[in-house]
Design a binder for this molecule. Structure first.
Ligand SMILES: Nc1ncnc2c1ncn2[C@@H]1O[C@H](COP(=O)(O)OP(=O)(O)OP(=O)(O)O)[C@@H](O)[C@H]1O
Ligand SMILES: [Mg+2]
Length: 328
């Protein structure tokens, strides 16, 4: 179980003055800029949950993860991971958590993957039998056997991410932090990594906190999302509730066979976008059946070539929140 109470991380930046005189002055006197990267956040995550932690660039996601893993010490507030304070008891925390930073590998770059894993095996005192079983498991699911002898520096991005994922789980942690684990991956590898993450959560019961900019990661993996915006929590709850709260209508994309003059729609439909003379995007409330719209087209003798109802996008909803609509 993870508990975060009134957690803050403020970075203090010295404002330097320009010019020679300015830099001399700065030795004695400087103005400060405070960046409230994480600004009084609280949440609880139960064992076995998979939570998507999302927000725009610079929202404070990585800073939160760094405090949860003990890399950064909070400015104030409290973090407990299974009762352990990560920044005070970093070593103890390390045994119970795994972490992957998509932007930077945790492997020893000059060593073959195998040797990095061997080092981790001795650091975490992993029993040889258990270790062999894990390697087999990761080979089956991620194909790591294909590049175990390769120097980490020479791995492709996808291989590196797979190796990092396996490395983070070698010591069977109960909690896994994934900071953009699918960044830069091609679609096939992305899907493999996603399926792997889901498997680890569902079958191995690993609690997972995942940050990503990829909405499909979230839709596929998370039931619960926490949205952070400028260091503050904007939403914490179900994905489906979130969609409802921001009033996420769905859309119907219609291709007509011929151009329609003075195209007007009755309530509750709205033209969201005229994509071309023959192609319109129509806004339709979530609960509204398509049949009524079709009846309207028939009555007016609008012949349709193709019609599709589009799923409401989580991304749209998040964008709406950023545009200033409060949802919590
Ligand atoms: N070591 C640091 N010193 C000063 N400011 C920092 C430091 N680390 C992060 N920040 C600032 O804190 C804010 C939050 O950064 P953070 O890396 O947590 O964002 P993020 O949500 O992970 O963004 P991204 O999606 O781009 O990874 C940003 O304004 C960033 O510039
Ligand atoms: Mg980040």
């Amino acid at each position: 179980m993870i508990e975060v109470n009134n957690l803050c991380k403020h970075f203090i930046l010295k404002k330097r003055k320009s010019g020679f005189l300015g830099s001399v002055q700065s030795l004695f006197y400087y103005e400060k800029d405070v960046i409230k990267a994480v600004d009084n956040i609280s949440f609880k995550i139960k064992s076995g949950e998979l939570v998507g932690y999302i927000g725009q660039n610079g929202a404070g996601k990585s800073t939160t993860i760094k405090m949860l893993t003990g890399i950064l010490k909070p400015s104030s507030g409290e973090v407990l991971v299974n009762g352990v304070n990560p920044s005070k008891d970093r070593a103890r925390n390390a045994f119970q958590i795994g972490v992957v930073f998509g932007q930077r590998s945790q492997l020893w770059m000059d060593l073959p993957v195998e040797e990095s894993f061997d080092l981790l095996r001795s650091i975490y005192r992993i029993d040889k039998k258990m270790y062999d079983k894990k390697i087999e498991f990761f080979s089956d699911l991620l194909g790591i056997n294909e590049f175990m002898k390769q120097q980490a520096r020479k791995l492709s991005l996808g291989q590196r991410m797979k190796a990092d994922l396996a490395a983070s789980l070698l010591h069977s942690p109960s909690v896994l932090f994934l900071d953009e684990p699918t960044i830069g991956l091609d679609l096939l590898v992305k899907e493999k990594v996603r399926t792997f993450i889901k498997n680890i959560n569902e079958n191995e019961k690993v609690t997972i906190i995942l940050t990503t900019h990829d909405i499909q990661d979230i839709e596929f993996l998370a039931d619960r999302i926490i949205i952070i915006d400028k260091g503050k929590i904007g939403y914490d709850g179900d994905i489906s509730n979130f969609n409802k709260m921001v009033g996420n209508d769905s859309y119907v994309s219609v291709h007509f066979q011929e151009q329609i003059k003075n195209f007007n729609l009755p309530h509750p439909y709205e033209i969201k976008q005229k994509i071309s003379e023959l192609h319109y995007l129509i806004k339709i409330p979530d609960e509204e059946p398509l049949s009524k719209l079709l009846e309207f087209f028939q009555k007016n003798k609008y012949s349709i070539q193709e019609i599709n109802r589009e799923k409401p996008e989580l991304g749209e909803a998040i964008k709406k929140m950023y545009e200033g609509r409060s949802v919590n």
